[in-house]
Design a protein around this ligand. Structure first.
Ligand SMILES: Cc1cc2nc3c(=O)[nH]c(=O)nc-3n(C[C@H](O)[C@H](O)[C@H](O)COP(=O)(O)OP(=O)(O)OC[C@H]3O[C@@H](n4cnc5c(N)ncnc54)[C@H](O)[C@@H]3O)c2cc1C
Length: 492
């Protein structure tokens, strides 16, 4: 026999978006149950593999309260480096990277509510540390202890508030009454089927990045066999069950967030206290050059801040012969300390470019030498500065180079093979700014909300770093508050 569970608000998933939603719903006074597909040991979703979230700030005033535990010396050093990042800057960045395609009503909610959502998180015990060691555009602080600690903090808060979390429990369908109102979730556990009954459901169970069939269908066959950067659990179940109940698919279903990853990264990662989500990321490419197996450059490596380009570069790498590329640096890059996080990277060193090309397996060695010579010759005068868009460009070459161009001429040379790693997909469900899921007949489906990666419309083709986690908290909080409101109204 099926197990039956009764509550008021059911949240599907236990990532940052889901737990923001669960905590907000509980705060509003509703009984809340969270259903999570992963075993407890691997809980936390992709959110547990993250580093930071993007939000507006005006100097140190709003940041200092988030940085409890940071020494006054570090605070002083940070104050010297950072300026301000306004909600308008944030909105512009979103619209620039998405080429104006982000849904304005959702982008507006995100940028206008991000700072207050961060203060709310801080009131629930989350803390941050400065990230000034790296050139950053807006993400000047990171989660203390990374996404893993952030998620552990959320679990602790939710549990203390009386939220019950069911692990190893996979949502497989929505329960609906004869009017189409969503009344619960049907789920599968290792013990059998379980029906969770409530007044409102929040779907926050990720996108379809871990589902090869959906990747091939929506992104193209070349995406079938790629490596995941995150958890294997986000197989698009929430999207599928939502659409089966009439939800409107929305946003860019043919694009995704995918970035340069070490050739030898594993097929996926699961959260754990010693797992760093960015361990396999190879993000120093804006300072060197990136070539394919034929020895040719194929992107403007220094187009702008790394946080505004990396999410589209995985796709560019996948489009190269055999889906592989090589990041090339020289001794100056080492001395300037712009090759960061490569301590355990798959890589090769050589005193000549020919030797390096041979070791890397670049097929056209002469082409690589030509590419480097041409690149070096095209570099304009000017000061190299990794902490600003320095405009040190290389012109008259294809593709052009906009910033941080340094000649590659000082041995030893270093090369790192990289592949495309899938982070998450951009297609989702249409929601109102209140996070109610919209039916294909253009009305909000009663009792159904969505948050996190499941929200469609925000990202198209590209994405600004840190915005996924921020959108998760902003829309998670809104969805939880409104789901609780609806549940409590219905109880009256
Ligand atoms: C390695 C890595 C690093 C990243 N770094 C950053 C960063 O620094 N900053 C940033 O903003 N973004 C980052 N991202 C992106 C970020 O992780 C996502 O934008 C964010 O986690 C989305 O939150 P979410 O709650 O929607 O999804 P998730 O955190 O993935 O949570 C979804 C949850 O749903 C569960 N689930 C799936 N299907 C079901 C089902 N049928 N039933 C029940 N549960 C289900 C999953 O197990 C998972 O726990 C990174 C991603 C990766 C992979």
């Amino acid at each position: 026999m099926d197990t039956e569970v009764w509550t008021q608000v059911i949240v599907v998933g236990a990532g940052n978006a889901a737990l923001s939603s669960a905590v907000a719903a509980r705060e509003r006074g509703a009984e809340v149950v969270v259903i999570e597909k992963a075993p407890r040991q691997y809980r936390g979703g992709n959110s547990a593999l993250t580093v930071h979230m993007r939000f507006p700030y005006d100097g140190m005033d709003g940041l200092t309260p988030l940085l409890s535990g940071t020494s006054s010396e570090d605070l002083r050093r940070m104050a010297e480096k950072i300026g301000r990042y306004t909600a308008a800057d944030y909105y512009d960045d979103i619209m620039t990277v998405t080429e104006g395609k982000s849904a304005p009503e959702l982008a507006e909610v995100l940028v206008s509510q991000a700072a207050s959502a961060v203060r709310w998180m801080s009131s629930h015990g989350h803390t941050w540390v400065p990230t000034y060691a790296n050139p950053v555009s807006a993400n000047v602080v990171s989660f203390k202890g990374g996404g893993y600690s952030l998620q552990e903090q959320w679990f602790g808060t939710a549990e203390k508030m009386g939220v019950s979390v069911y692990y190893d429990t996979s949502a497989i369908g929505l329960l609906q009454d004869s009017q189409g109102r969503v009344t619960g979730i049907r789920a599968k556990t290792s013990q059998g089927y379980c029906n969770f009954h409530g007044e409102a459901v929040v779907l926050a169970c990720g996108s379809f990045e871990s589902n090869p069939e959906m990747r091939a269908q929506h992104l193209g066959p070349e995406w079938e066999a790629i490596k995941l950067r995150g958890v294997p659990y986000n197989t698009g179940a929430g999207l599928t069950m939502g659409m089966e109940s009439g939800a409107l698919p929305y946003g860019s279903w043919s694009s995704c967030h995918a970035s340069p990853q070490d050739l030898n990264r594993p097929a996926f990662d699961v959260p754990g206290p010693d797992i760093r989500g960015d361990f396999w990321s190879r993000y120093s490419y804006p300072f060197g050059i990136m070539v394919n197996l034929n020895g040719h450059r194929f992107i403007d490596e220094g187009e702008t801040w790394r946080g505004l380009t990396y999410a589209k570069i995985g796709r560019a790498i996948l489009a190269q012969p055999q889906g592989i590329a090589f990041q090339i640096f020289d001794q100056k890059h080492r001395q300037l300390e712009v090759i960061r996080g490569y301590e355990k990277a798959t890589g090769f060193k050589a005193n000549t470019l020919d030797n390096l090309a041979e070791r890397l397996g670049i097929e056209d060695i002469a082409a690589l030498t030509h590419t480097v010579r041409e690149f070096n010759a095209a570099i304009r005068q000017g000061e190299f500065n990794p902490f600003k868009l320095d405009g040190k460009s290389a012109i008259g070459i294809t593709p052009p180079r906009t910033n941080w161009a340094l000649p590659i001429d000082t041995p030893p040379f270093e090369g790192f093979p990289v592949v495309c790693g899938m982070t998450f997909t951009f297609g989702g469900l249409r929601v109102t700014p209140d996070c109610q899921v919209v039916h294909t007949m253009d009305y909000p489906i009663p009792g159904l909300y969505a948050a996190g990666e499941m929200v469609g419309g925000l990202w198209h083709g590209n994405y600004p770093s840190g915005a996924g986690m921020m959108a998760g908290t902003v829309f998670g909080r809104i969805s939880g508050t409104n789901a609780a409101e609806e549940a409590l109204q219905r109880k009256k």
